[in-house]
Ligand binder design. Structure first.
Ligand SMILES: Nc1ncnc2c1ncn2[C@@H]1O[C@H](COP(=O)(O)OP(=O)(O)OP(=O)(O)O)[C@@H](O)[C@H]1O
Ligand SMILES: [Mg+2]
Length: 252
């Protein structure tokens, strides 16, 4: 069901219809205030796409990503993931999908500080019930694929920002997800390291058919994606496949 696209047959991985999200917060007088942050979002994302989401701070990008990642639920409207209605899934099914089928990468890397790079990468396998030695072996192989095996026994504070993000990406990939969600993955990195991380995403998309949805504030980072979505005040105001001719090379 979640296999990457094959034989040029595209399958819809994500389908959002009239999706709305409101947050409810108590004000200083104890009165509940409701703020709507997403308005009638309709989106189809096919397996194998590489999508960038842009928009001003507060436009609802992370809110949308949290819903796509099954970390939060819409207030109304529907979300179909691999043809399954997410609202109809049990908590156990949602946890299974988050663990096995979705990889998350964040701006702040979100690595566990007390663990080595190897154990950080192995953690999702342990949650999936795989024993420690097999988990570590697979984690080491994943670190080799991302060029980090010599840092396997380093703790996060012994790694550069770019290396930490590569560890976080390795962790996100360890269960071979079909969907990678990255919320400002280069937000804490310099421009050269950002280009290296984006080149890695590009390879994962092109060579493995990994579906990637990425949030960024930077146009040159968004240029690595094949499709650009712009959010303004919770509304999709732009959604186009865009020209990747002007993408900077990793060495520039
Ligand atoms: N858990 C929450 N409870 C209440 N309001 C929230 C919550 N999370 C986000 N918001 C509000 O929803 C709006 C959209 O926030 P969101 O984090 O999705 O924006 P964003 O586009 O990711 O911004 P940024 O670029 O700064 O990361 C903001 O006004 C924010 O204050
Ligand atoms: Mg955000």
């Amino acid at each position: 069901m979640y296999a990457p696209q094959q034989n040029n047959v595209t399958q819809t991985l994500i389908k959002l219809d009239k999706l709305c999200k409101s947050y409810h917060l108590d004000d200083a007088n104890g009165k509940t205030m409701s703020t709507q942050v997403l308005f009638d979002v309709a989106l189809n994302i096919q397996q194998g796409e590489f999508v960038a989401i842009m928009g001003h701070s507060g436009s609802g990008k992370s809110t949308l990503m949290n819903i796509l990642g099954c970390l939060d639920t819409p207030t109304s409207g529907s979300y179909w993931l691999a043809e399954r209605n997410v609202a109809a899934l049990s908590n156990d099914e949602l946890a299974y999908i988050r663990n096995r089928h979705i990889g998350f990468v964040f701006q702040g890397f979100n690595l566990l500080k007390r663990m080595t790079a190897l154990d950080n990468v192995a953690t999702p396998l342990l949650y999936a019930g795989i024993n420690r030695s097999n988990s570590r072996q697979r984690a080491l192989e994943q670190l080799q694929r991302t060029g980090l095996e010599k840092f396997a026994m380093h703790h996060p504070n012994q790694l550069s920002g770019g290396q930490q993000q590569r560890v976080a990406i390795s962790r996100a990939l360890i269960n071979q997800p079909s969907l990678l969600l990255a919320d400002e993955p280069t937000g804490n990195l310099d421009s050269q390291t950002s280009r290296e991380i984006m080149t890695l995403f590009e390879q994962l998309n092109q060579q493995q058919g990994l579906t990637i949805v990425l949030v960024t504030h930077e146009e040159d980072i968004a240029a690595y994606a094949k499709r650009l979505i712009r959010l303004k005040d919770g509304v999709v105001v732009y959604d186009e496949n865009h020209n990747v001719m002007n993408k900077p090379s990793p060495t520039q």
